[in-house]
Design a protein around this ligand. Structure first.
Ligand code: HEM
Length: 195
């Protein structure tokens, strides 16, 4: 498994400012202040993940890179958490999905969703300490992959390195990752005042 490469450095470097903005948009002190605010956050995240994962699921070519797309779904965990909190998923607005015209575009978008599971390790501890939700009940999204987080990330990074063999494919990944961070940040920003 190849776990280092220029594309990995580049993705991290070129999206660092977007990552900082995403942490700000999550605004955890505010959104974990009580169960209602947490449920609203999960609903907003569901609205982002569900249409995007559906669009990503229509793309071919993951298996050749060793990625089993279905096992990486996070919308399922969001739906599970929302059910545990007594929320109907149908009550949350869905964010229009981008066009995903190629495997490169899909992988760049997945980079953002997969990377977010790393921060999830920190967030899940806060969720449990402040609100008492656990992987089994209400906290499945942020505990995504459980103790396999590291292994899932390493496998995904390896797929990125295998894929990014030309300047064009590198550029596809970076452009899609940047666009996804921007969409995520503006989707969360538009609820900041009301949640
Ligand atoms: C308060 C919230 C967050 C915290 C505390 C956090 C924390 C972290 C940490 C500690 C890492 C590095 C892990 C490692 O290298 O082992 C990381 C990586 C990453 N996070 Fe976050 N994160 C947060 C939110 C997010 C969000 C909302 C997104 C995307 C929507 C995101 C996307 C990423 C990505 C793509 C990486 C991989 C960077 C790389 O290429 O190495 N994070 N995060």
């Amino acid at each position: 498994m190849i776990t280092s490469g220029r594309i990995l450095e580049r993705l991290k470097h070129d999206t660092a400012a977007h990552h900082a903005a995403a942490e700000q948009q999550l605004d955890l002190d505010n959104r974990l202040r009580n169960s209602a605010a947490y449920a609203a956050l999960l609903g907003r995240l569901y609205g982002f993940y569900q249409p995007l994962e559906t669009a990503l699921g229509r793309v071919d070519g993951y298996e050749e890179l060793g990625i089993h797309f279905e096992e990486r779904s996070k919308a399922l965990n969001l739906a599970k958490d929302l059910a545990a909190l007594g929320q109907a998923i149908g009550s949350f607005p869905l964010c229009p999905a981008p066009r995903v015209p190629s495997l490169g575009d899909a992988l760049g978008r997945m980079y953002v969703l997969e990377g977010a599971t790393l921060g999830g390790r920190i967030v899940s501890r806060m969720v449990e300490a402040r609100l008492g939700y656990t992987a089994e009940r209400g906290g499945a999204f942020f505990t995504n992959y459980g103790d396999r987080v590291g292994a899932m990330w390493t496998a995904f990074r390896s797929a990125l390195v295998q894929f990014a063999t030309t300047p064009e494919t590198e550029q596809q990944l970076v452009a899609a990752a940047t666009d996804t961070f921007e969409r995520f940040n503006s989707w969360l920003a538009s609820t900041r005042e009301v949640l």
